[in-house]
Design a protein around this ligand. Structure first.
Ligand SMILES: Nc1ncnc2c1ncn2[C@@H]1O[C@H](COP(=O)(O)OP(=O)(O)OP(=O)(O)O)[C@@H](O)[C@H]1O
Length: 735
């Protein structure tokens, strides 16, 4: 077979499949639990080099032996994967082509095996350089690195590691690194041509996230420019192969056919209205009628997941008392959960129990949850749609694509045959779009444009976009960045823009931090930005509790009552951070406090994590950081300080402002449209603000401002005049 033409890797699919089934079927649930409990033990001992450094040599030898023996056990399973059986052919393509597009079914072994083949080759040929494998989501990067380290027989952070935002296990010894595409882009920003890597694997390319698309564009410009030696592998589950191939000058496409285990599909006879209820019912039905095995349910968002977990917690015991069925143990899984909580879903469950994981689409690709035999698919997902003209994002629940449905089903049938219950009719499935629309087509491109500018790209319209977002979107992004002071009048990136590109935040929030570092309130602003970076920190109380909870929040936040939600967040943070948790019983004191105010307990833990990281970033970035700012600060009720903080936010959110009208309604400054304060805001009852600034806009029956702060109209003038003065200064500097 010619190594540079499109080809189909032949596979004697049926016989292999049968053989595989014979091998795997004897894994009863007991076996699974035993195998999986080994994994947990392994994880525990594998965390962090400092632990192993303190061990005696003897212990190290024992650990080394057990790692290797586990790896050799896993090798038997690896050898049965379709991808493994075509190892030689695949490698010959990869070696003889700068770019290879590899298409394979879910579970065929792409994400775990291909990078290991390449690693072996690097060892064999004694070549330098390492391998980066990008993933759209952090959960997948962590899950894969953990698994591959086991298969490779090493501890995480040795030869195999991962790097995701706020968590990096790699060391100088790491040769195979799983990382989110955001992290690879950061590396591109810091070290323009990725010299450290000799091979880059773009996994789950079909997901077409903005960041994956950007990476593809950067890689093309790298291989056409300073890195002709770089090898690229684009991996995808289905379709789109031609598009990837054409983009990389007709790179060869390899199809690896065959999956290890079948997944049987079931559809509803009639559609359902209440998706949470339908998912719960389906789980109960599986629990009553199917063999032991865990369930993975896909719901659109956090709200539905929390609801499902709460219901399941209430009914599980009752259901298992009624009949001799396994006890259901529910787990949530979504991006806003702290990593420790996310990792719980991967731990095996012991006894006569069934794990039910309720997840968003973060578990849709690349993730293997050991033990899952059943998938329940709501057929829905949440997407953020950006409206360029309005400069606003709206969160919508929409049907998934057929490709997503296939990915979701593919999460069952990874260790044995599985079943997938689709909670929609088959006639509706065939009407679903084949692929999800690329994210870049519906997103704000301010951040990508800033990255390109930081990378030194001048002609944005003609850059090597994998999917050009269009002139209108690019121009809007440029304008936005100019207004934030990231670009000068000639479109060149400014020093402020450089700093913004290096902060792990959206440009608007980065510009707020930079302003705060200039005017001396960085410490307080970091705390507020950290709270804003954690989704659903303040939970929505039930309608019966709403007044009481609001009353309690108001009674604690004197300044927030007057100035609004941003200041309230800081006041709550101060209580949580400085006042609670000093006693012996710190954690239960904090938990009770959070519960009473309807605040997410894990949310505040996340805030502290993000805050620590932001403080490190800021320290590195701002040479002018004052000593005052190095200490953390409470906010108090100092009106002058509060105005200063809010003005910093105005520099990033000047477009998200509205002016109070005589009839006490508000109209936005940018378009004059009416807007109302959302009932969740501290300022909902306060009818007398001259102006408001908000960090979020939601449209339900009408436009609502969320996270609202009171502003004086004179501040608007002040911020705009200052921005104009800075721009003028830059022009005269550059002449
Ligand atoms: N964490 C894990 N625990 C148990 N088995 C695993 C784990 N990760 C992978 N496997 C096994 O390895 C197989 C291949 O996984 P891999 O992620 O490489 O497949 P893939 O082709 O990339 O699929 P997908 O694109 O659907 O993620 C799985 O089907 C499963 O049998």
């Amino acid at each position: 077979m010619a190594a540079n033409s499109n080809s189909r890797v032949a596979s004697n699919h049926t016989s292999k499949k049968q053989k595989v089934r014979r091998n795997i079927h004897p894994f009863t649930n007991n076996t699974r639990i035993k195998r999986a409990s080994k994994i947990v033990k392994f994880n525990d001992s594998g965390e962090g080099d400092h632990v192993s450094d303190q061990r005696s040599n003897k212990e190290n030898v024992v650990t080394y032996k057990s790692l290797k023996s586990r790896a050799s056990d896993l090798l038997k399973m690896r050898e049965t994967l379709p991808v493994y059986q075509h190892k030689r052919e695949i490698m010959s393509y990869i070696e003889s082509n700068p770019v290879t597009v590899l298409i394979g079914e879910t579970g065929s072994g792409k994400s775990t095996q291909i990078p290991q083949f390449v690693l072996e080759k690097l060892y064999d040929t004694k070549k330098h350089g390492s391998i980066a494998v990008t993933q759209p989501r952090r959960v997948a990067a962590i899950n894969l690195a953990t698994r591959v380290a086991q298969e490779h027989g090493c501890k995480l952070g040795e030869q195999v590691g991962y790097s995701v935002r706020f968590d990096n296990t790699t060391t100088t010894r790491t040769r195979l690194k799983y990382l989110t595409d955001g992290m690879l882009l950061r590396e591109l920003m810091m070290n323009n041509d990725l010299r450290e890597y000799s091979v880059i694997v773009i996994d789950e390319a079909h997901e077409r996230t903005v960041l994956t698309d950007l990476i593809l564009g950067f890689l093309k410009s790298l291989i056409q420019g300073p890195r002709p030696d770089l090898r690229i592998i684009v991996m995808s589950a289905t379709l789109q192969a031609e598009k990837f191939s054409e983009f990389f000058n007709n790179a060869p496409i390899l199809f690896v056919e065959g999956r290890k285990f079948d997944v049987k599909q079931y559809y509803l006879k009639a559609p359902t209205d209440d998706i949470v209820d339908a998912v719960i019912r389906c789980c109960i039905q599986i629990n009553q009628g199917e063999e032991l095995g865990d369930i993975l349910c896909f719901l659109p968002g956090q709200e539905e997941i929390d609801k499902a977990v709460t219901i399941m917690e209430k009914i599980a015991k009752y259901v298992s008392d009624e009949a001799p069925v396994p006890l259901i143990v529910p787990y949530p899984l979504y991006a806003a959960l702290p990593p420790v909580q996310q990792s719980l879903v991967f731990a095996p469950i012991k006894g006569f129990k069934r794990k039910v994981v309720f997840s968003t689409n973060i578990a849709e690709t690349s993730v293997t949850i050991s033990g899952v035999k059943f998938v329940v698919d709501s057929g829905l997902r949440k997407v953020k749609v950006w409206r360029h003209q309005l400069g606003l994002a709206t969160l919508l629940t929409v049907p998934i694509s057929q490709a997503s449905a296939m990915q979701r089903s593919g999460r069952a049938g990874r260790e044995s045959e599985g079943k997938s219950f689709r909670l929609y009719c088959e006639s509706d499935y065939v009407k679903l779009p084949k692929q999800s629309e690329p994210e870049i087509a519906r997103s704000d491109v301010t951040s990508p444009v800033l990255m390109l500018k930081r990378y030194g790209v001048d002609d944005l319209l003609n850059w090597t976009w994998f999917e050009n977002p269009g002139k209108e979107a690019i121009v809007m992004g440029l304008q936005e960045l100019y207004e934030l002071g990231a670009l000068d009048t000639r479109g060149k990136i400014t020093k402020r823009g450089q700093q913004m590109a290096l902060l792990p935040l959206q440009p608007h929030l980065s510009s707020v931090l930079i302003k705060a570092s200039e005017v001396g309130c960085l410490s307080q602003v970091i705390d507020i930005v950290s709270c804003l970076s954690v989704e659903n920190l303040l939970l929505n109380p039930s309608p019966e509790e709403r007044d009481e909870v609001n009353e309690r929040r108001l009674s604690l936040c004197n300044a927030g009552k007057r100035y609004g939600d941003l200041i309230m967040l800081k006041e709550l943070f101060d209580i949580y951070f400085y006042e609670l948790g000093k006693s012996q019983d710190a954690s239960s004191e904090r938990n009770d406090w959070c519960k009473g105010l309807c605040i997410s307990i894990r949310g505040f833990k996340n805030v502290i994590r993000v805050r620590d990281q932001l403080r490190v970033y800021c320290k590195r970035l701002f040479s002018s950081i004052s000593e005052e700012d190095e200490e953390s600060k409470k906010i108090g009720e100092d009106g002058e300080l509060i105005s200063k903080i809010l003005k910093c936010f105005l520099t990033g959110f000047i477009k998200n402002t509205a002016i109070g009208m005589p009839d006490r309604s508000y109209r936005t400054v940018s378009t004059g449209e009416p807007i109302s304060i959302h009932p969740s805001s501290m300022l909902f009852m306060n009818k007398s603000c001259p102006g408001i600034m908000y960090t979020e806009y939601v449209f339900t029956t009408k436009g609502y401002a969320r996270n609202v702060s009171r502003i004086e109209l004179s501040w608007l003038q002040e911020v705009v005049t200052n921005a104009a003065a800075v721009a003028k200064q830059k022009v005269s500097d550059s002449k």
